[in-house]
Design a protein around this ligand. Structure first.
Ligand SMILES: [Zn+2]
Length: 118
């Protein structure tokens, strides 16, 4: 792999990693969470037991989705990126720019790039 191919692979991996749906799902869950709490509290003040139950259920669903996303999103959203051909270390975060600048893997120090033809 040349340095240029490495940079392209890194950019492609970054594009794949960014996605919209976890943010959208969590915004809806947060809405349920807040609405459920406010509705339940308001119904409780008014002495409306059915309203408290509805608010509690919506609050619970919102809370469950928020907690589940803490577990599910990191599993689905594993960071992608090019790997060192020698030790297979994923060269992401600080290791990516270090590899581009130095031309060597941050763990095994082996050279990463073929000589680029001019
Ligand atoms: Zn390595």
């Amino acid at each position: 792999m040349t340095r240029h191919e490495f940079i392209s692979a890194q950019a492609a991996a970054r594009r794949q990693t960014v996605s919209f749906w976890p943010v959208a799902v969590n915004l809806v869950a947060l809405g349920c969470f807040i609405w459920g709490a406010a509705h339940g509290y308001g119904a409780g003040e008014a002495g409306d037991l059915a309203g408290v139950r509805t608010g509690g259920m919506v609050f619970g669903v919102g809370l469950a989705i928020l907690l589940a996303s803490l577990v599910v999103v990191p599993i689905i959203h594993r960071e992608r990126g090019p790997r060192c051909p020698h030790c297979r270390l994923k060269l992401i975060r600080i290791l990516g720019p270090l590899a581009i600048a130095s031309g060597h893997c941050g763990r095994c120090s082996m050279p990463l790039f073929e000589e680029e033809k001019r």
